[in-house]
Design a protein around this ligand. Sequence first.
Ligand code: ADP
Ligand code: ZN
Ligand code: ZN
Length: 743
Amino acid sequence: MTSPFFLSVAVAAPLPKLFDYRPLADTDMRHYQAGLRVSVPFGARLLSGVIVSIHQAPQVDPAKLKPIAALLDSTPLLPSDLYQLGHWLSEYYHQPIGECLSLLWPLLLRKGEPARASKQNFYAPADTPPDPSTIKRAPRQVELLAHMTQSAHQDGCWQQDLVQAGFTPAIINGLVTKGFLVKQARDCFQPIKGQCSQTPLTLNQEQQHALTCIEQSQGFNSFLIDGITGSGKTEVYLQAIAPHVQQGLQVLILVPEIGLTPQTVQRFAQRFEADVLLLHSKLSDRERLDAWLMARTHDASTGRGQIIIGTRSAIFTPMPNLAMIVIDEEHDQSFKQQDGVRYHGRDVAVVRAKTLAIPIILGSATPSLECLHNGLNGKYQYLRLSQRAGAASMPELQILNIKNQAVHHGLADSLLPPIEDTLHKGQQVLVFVNRRGYAPTLYCPDCAWIAECRHCDAKMTLHQKPAHLHCHHCDSKLSIPRQCPECLSHKIQAMGAGTERLESHLQYKFQATPVIRIDRDSTQNKHAMETLLAPVHGGEPCIIVGTQMLAKGHHFPKVTLVIMINVDSGFFSADYRAMEKTAQLILQVAGRAGREKDQGVAVLQTEFSEHPMLHLLKEESYHALSLALLDERQHQHLPPYGFQLLLRADCHLPQEAERFLHRVRQLLNQHQQALNLPQLSMIGPLPAPMELRAGRFRSQLWVSARRRTVLHSFIGRVLPDIYALKGFHKVRWGLDIDPIESL
Ligand code: ADP
Ligand code: ZN
Ligand code: ZN
C-alpha cells in the first residue's frame, strides 16, 4: 500500500492560502500533477481550482479533509512560463495565489468546462465529384451545387450559412452521400488569414537605427521607442516582428482598450502570410476560449506564423512559440487592471519577456515617466523617432485663450471661421471633448441647485438623445425635472458642454456639412463605429465630434484641424500624475491632425493659457515637459523615484471602511516600529476622491518608500495580520501595488 497523499489546491477565492484535499478514490499519485484543474467542494459550493502541489503532510487533521469532486484535466493546460507568471503575480502584487492563477484561464475553463474548441460542420467540394447529370432529378441539390460553385464559396461552406441560405440538412446530406461534398468538423473560431500583399516601406534613418538595434539584440531586451505620432513606429514593429513571423513563430501585440481598430489589424494582416487572432473585450466567452486554445496549440512546424493582437488580458495568452512582444501606446492607462488583481499589463509583459528570454518593444508618442526613466537610465534601450515619416509634418499646436472671448455651447466663436475655411478646402475637422452627453451639469441659476447623484458624490450628466439625467459612475438614470426641485424656478439650465451639445451647435452652424458624433453612446452597436466613420474615410468634408475614443489608433488622412475643448482641467488637479496624463492626451489628440500631405493645426481652447507647463509643451516638446516632470518627481520622491501602494476599502455603511483602515494603520505602525523602518511614510486613512460611489463609502491609505524591496517586504509582513482582523465582514478591501491614481 502506498502512503496517503494530499492535493494542495489554489481556489479562486480572496483568501491568501491554499487548501488541502484528498484525491479521488481509486486514483493514485500518477494521476496528479501540479497545474491540473480540479473541481472541489468549498463551503456549500463547488469551485474549480488548480493543483499547486502534492504532499504528504496536511496542515489539518487528514480525517477532516474532503476529497476533490473531480479531476478536470489529464495534462496541465498552462505552459510552464505562464504558470510561473501566475506565481510571480501573486508574489509581486501580494494577491491570493488562487485569484492570480484564475486570471490565466478564460472564463469557461475557470468554470470547469473541457478544453475543447467548438466545432461546426463544414462542407467542401469533393476533389473528384461524380457526373452532375446523376442528380438532374433533384433540383434543390442542383441548386445547392450551383450555390457552392459560386466564387465566394469555392473552398466550401459552413452548415449554418447553407441553412441560412435555405438548404435543409437533408439536401446537404444528399450531396454528401452521393460524393459531391465532403463533410468536415472544423473549428468555429477562424483566425484572420493574413496575406502578404504589402511590401515593407523603405525606412528613414531613425527607423532604420531602431530596427537595427532590435535585430542585433539577443535574448531578453526591452526597447522603448519614443516616437512622435505618425513617426512610423508601427512600421518599425512590423519590420521587427517580420523575421519571427516568417519563421513560423508567434508574436504578441498589446494595444490599449480602444486602440484595436480595423486599420491597425489590417496593417498586420496585409503584411504577413500569418494567422491573426484578435483578443478583446467584445469576444464572447466561447470565442475567447477558442482563440486561447488556438494560440496554445500553435505549431511552428507548419511554417505559418501567428500574430496575436489584444488588449490588456491578452498578456496571459498561452503561446508556445512566442518570439517577441510589442506594446503600442505603452503609456495608456487601460493597461492597468482596476479591480481584483490590479496588475499592470505592461509590467507583466516585461516580466514575461524576461522569463522567456525574448525581446519586448514598448512604443509611445508620449512615454510614461516610468518607461522614460528606464529608457534614460539604460534599463531599456532608448530609441527616438523625432520626425513624421513620409510626407507629413507635425501639426502646429496653438493655444487659444478664451478668457475674454465669446463662447457658445462650449466652442469659442472665433473658431467658426477656421472650421469653415478647412471645410471649404475639402478637408475635415475634429472637435475633441472628453465628456459625453449634452452637458456635465444641470443647474438652477436662482438657488444654485445642481443635479447630483443620490448614490455617488458626483453630478449627473444631462443627456438629450434620449433626454435624461445619467450618472456615469453608477449608471443610475432619472428624468429631467421641469423646474428646480429646491426653489421651483423654471430657469434650470445646462452648464458646460458635452459631445451632444457640440454636435447640435456645429450642425446648426454648418447645416450642409455632416457632423458625426463618436462617443460611447453613439457606438453601442457592434459595427456602429465603422458605419459612423464611413464618410470620414470616404474623404468628404465633415466635422467629427468625439471623446477619447478617437484619440488612438485612428488614421484620418483628411483631418487637418483639431480643436480640443476642456482638456485643461488636469492642470489644477491634486493628482500628481494629472499633468503627465493631460500632456499625453493633448499630444495624442493633436496627433490626429495632418497625418498626410496637408499641414495640420491643433488648437487648444483654454482659460489657463499662461500655465507654464502648457508653454513648455508648445514651445519645446513633450520630451522637455516630461524631463521637467521627472525632475519634480525626483525631488518629491514620487514614482519612478519612489514606490507606493494603496490600501482601498469600501462599505455601504458610512465610516465602516475608514474604521477598518484605522485598524490597518495601527497594524502598519506597530510593524514599522518593530522592524525599525523610519524611511516608510504613510498617509491616511482618507476619504477617496469620490467618497461615495455607487452607494458605497470609500476610504484609502497610502504607504510609500524609496526602495521597492523595503515596501514589498514590509507589506508582506503585515498582510497576514490584516487578513486576520475581525469584525469587518461588511467591508470590502484590496491592495493596489504601483497605483496609477494618486491623492
Ligand atoms: P506611428 O505608428 O508612429 O503613428 P505609422 O507607422 O502609423 O506611425 O506611420 C504613419 C504613416 O507614415 C503611415 O501612413 C505609414 O504608412 C507612413 N510611413 C511610415 N514609415 C514610413 C517610411 N519609412 N516611408 C514612408 N512612409 C512611411
Ligand atoms: Zn432653484
Ligand atoms: Zn451615481
